[in-house]
Design a binder for this molecule. Structure first.
Ligand code: TYD
Length: 141
């Protein structure tokens, strides 16, 4: 399976009607894990890069519920970029995948659903260390 196939783009059903849109995300149904944690990122300037880590234990789904941003996703060999620009779409990020979020629009609200409670120790924040753990040689990112 390629990295892009593993990091599925999720399209959520719209339960809206004439009163407006409604998107429901239930853990284990619309997304492939039970949700233990929710956080959101907003008021990040366009030139800011966030993320810059991989997680040993956590899986995530990223959704721009307002505005837009981009996510660069890599396993050290394959890389692709997802533009998040619709509240009805998300991207699934499995364990041990490196991600950077950037190009935030001024109205961007990036919602993140996570499969774990926060534990800073399961974050790998050094890219060379990540490559080493993945069995790859250190190289320029
Ligand atoms: P960080 O992981 O750097 O955010 P991002 O990946 O979006 O750039 O987190 C910023 C700070 O917030 C850091 O001190 C850890 C803390 N934090 C928590 O306490 N709990 C959480 O669930 C998250 C995501 C971060």
């Amino acid at each position: 399976m390629t990295l892009q196939e593993r990091c599925e783009i999720l399209q959520f059903a719209d339960l809206g009607d004439e009163r407006g849109k409604l998107v429901v995300i239930e853990g284990g149904q619309a997304i492939p894990f039970d949700i233990q944690r929710v956080f959101y990122i907003y008021e990040s300037d366009r030139d800011v890069v966030r993320g810059e880590h991989a997680n040993r234990e956590s899986e995530f789904v990223l959704i721009n519920v307002a505005g837009q941003s981009k996510v660069r996703i890599t396993n050290g060999i394959e890389e692709f970029i997802v533009e998040l620009n619709k509240p009805m779409m998300g991207v699934y990020i499995p364990k041990m995948i490196w991600k950077d979020m950037y190009d935030f629009s001024s109205d961007s609200v990036l919602l993140v659903l996570a499969s774990t409670h926060y534990d800073g120790k399961e974050y790998i924040r050094d890219y060379d260390e990540y490559l080493k753990i993945m069995g790859l040689n250190c190289s320029q990112k």
